[in-house]
Write a protein that binds this ligand. Sequence first.
Ligand SMILES: [Ca+2]
Ligand SMILES: [Ca+2]
Ligand SMILES: [Ca+2]
Length: 278
Amino acid sequence: MLRTNCASWLGLISVVLLVGVSTTRAQEFRNAGFEDSIVPTGSFLYRPTSAQVIWTGTDNWGLANGPGPWGSGGHTGQQHAFLQTYNSPGMGSSISQAVGDFDPGSAYVIDYWMARRNGNVGGNDGTLLTVKVNNSEVIVDNELSAGDGIWLPYTSRAFRASSEFQLFTFSVPSSNRDRTLLLDDLSIRRLQVGDANRDGAFDSSDLAAVFAVGKYNLDVDAGWSDGDWNGDDRFGTADLIVAMQTGEYEKSQATQVPEPNSGVLSLLGFIIVCCRRR
Ligand SMILES: [Ca+2]
Ligand SMILES: [Ca+2]
Ligand SMILES: [Ca+2]
């Protein structure tokens, strides 16, 4: 009896440990808020080199602290990063960091806060951010730094992790004028299957979005926002089934009035019945 109880407890503890390991697995930038490596208040530093910086970059990247020529402080905290190009034709500016603990095949986005340098520097009309994964896949494509000294939130396109480690590069293009954008609070977010619009939930707005794109059951390339949630580059019934099997759609319908058209509702009914039979 004692042995049986011990085995039960050991089994339970193993499950708890496994769940604990899986829920603590996180993909995070280090020094995501650029607060490590202290810069004097009101000042800035090109190419900071201390071990805490973590980020590596080209000549014209740096950290700034508090009110000064680079802005009025970070989105959170005092410090932020800046990417500048100045009279350097053919040479943009960039920072990079490799991040571990990804689940290969799973989909993610990057959330980030971006501003542009306020004041009168360089005509103050901002510059463009590009973000690449592993030096190839573009997940932010020339996004304008629209906030004039004001921090605004942005989200990248979805990408699938190809391995446990992914390399991220944030860059601005070359310019013959002084162009700068500011970055702060970079984070990585794993996407819920079905969350086509990347807002953190799978609900009727995602289905409306993918059916509006119009690639359902067509032999054409489809990405995450087109409805390909199982990674085969097509949007078909298999994608709807894997999304419905998470149970998140039914949860969202308990608190929402569904809005998709009758054709979509009929299809969903069919899929939900299929899922329950499996
Ligand atoms: Ca900060
Ligand atoms: Ca969504
Ligand atoms: Ca698919």
